[in-house]
Unconditional design. Sequence first.
Length: 578
Amino acid sequence: MKIFSFNQAFPTKGMITFSMSVLFLGVCSGQVSQDEVMKNARALHHERPEGEYIPSDPATRETSPAYKFFSTGFSVVQANVDNNGNNILNDAANEPSIAFNAQDPDQIAIGWRQFDNINNSFRQAGYAFSTDAGETWTFPGVIDPGVFRSDPVLGYDRNGNLFYNSLTAQDDQYWTNTYKSTDGGETWEMGTFAQGGDKQWMSIDRTSGIGEGNIYEFWNGYYSVCSPYNFTRSTDGNESYENCSTIPGDPYWGTTCVGPDGAVYMCGSYWAGGFMVAKSSNAQDPDDGVIWEQTVQVNLAGENSSNNWNSPNPGGLLGQAIIALDSTGGDFDGNLYLLCSVERNNTSDPRDVMFSRSTDGGWTWSAPVRINDDLGNNAYQWFGTMSVAPDGRIDVVWLDTRNNLGSVNSALYYSYSLDGGVTWTPNEQLSEIFNPHVGWPQQNKMGDYFDMYSDEEGAHLAWAATFNNEQDVYYSVITPDYIGVDEKYGITGITLLQNYPNPFKGSTTIRYNLTDNTQVALQIFTTDGREIATLVDGYEQAGSHQVSFDAVNLKNGVYLYKLTTDKSSITKRFTLIN
């Protein structure tokens, strides 16, 4: 059993030091202090225990048909369903986060804020899992029944373990616990005290370096068990977390990622306005005190400012800052990307999805680019979310009111970039329109964020909407049009899935489906077209097939695997990191 105390000491070893690569201007005479700016900005958005826990008997709950939607290149499947796959009436689920098993990508888990009754604001750590790549979902209940929980953040390591980070509070003290699952999210071990505070985020090192398995967490320092500190790490696989320390510049309402070299990046809003990105190259070393060698202010042409009561999500954020990194080994390898739904500085537009990129490790950033392409300055583009696919494609989704000006009614929109964020595809409306003000569970918001990861098949999104006239959590797969409808839906007669794990060391598994009996060749190539191996060469029956590929004698890098039949062929990439 893990025991913790609120009275944490701060030893010299493991404390975080820093050197400022960019000097921020101090507070001028007559200006409000940094403390006042940060307290005012965050006052509307910290979680607190509300309502009373009332046990809910699933057998007595009323239900209705679950919402599902399928179209060319887009699918929606409800995750918070009962044992029969039905929607549960009069509950609410929002603020989802998603992760998958790196050893078996058909195993996916989603966590969310679960309100058993919309007339009661008490919330718990809800979760669901899928063993069939998101086609069906099982909602067993909540982690820690009867314990107030919020702000779910899920992550995964390269060995197939999933982690669920969750905020709780008592007597104005805010802290987090992180739970581990070794079975794809079906069951969760007892949580580990993880320091933490309000609006925390977590990332996990999936490299093969000295930081493999490290868990990094940061949060808003003003609502924390160790205020004003805002960072911790676990270097022992979630067994324990270091004492709290500080990221210089104090970013908040943001996210974090880990690069292929083990460097850690944090992003968020900055108290003086705009956004900042911090980097530590040595956080991966468990024997070193963490040094933040870069803290750079980034211009997104606006701010993630406090909300207003006429917005689509008046009691919450309209999104958070998202940082992502290209680690594909391709043309844009090493690029850093920053995205957020912001209130623009020089327009009357209530929110736009703004993007910037860095090609030099975060030292300098491009001029901000607006991704939403609507005309005029009257629409909300909110809950902007971003992820990068193994082939370098950047996927971005958001909620958009452009077709419902004057109201909060929103639809899910999508755009992607294939050239490192220089150009973007025309915006595409994916979902039907819904009213985000429906089904508020004694809280006038639909959470604070969505979450997404990408593979070469498309983007995998966990999001919330009110298609059932209440707040529910959905899993969607978004297939970019350049991949091809024929390939995605098997019209060519074959489907080639992403290998797993990927990236990998040693060996990996390649899976494919055949709709007809056919001659098949499965080959491995270098990126310049030199054949490395032939794994399959012969006549095969229709159905699902998988092949293991042993790559221990190959050098690290990006390789191609190609499936060819009598009628067509498909090629994908994998990354070897022996």
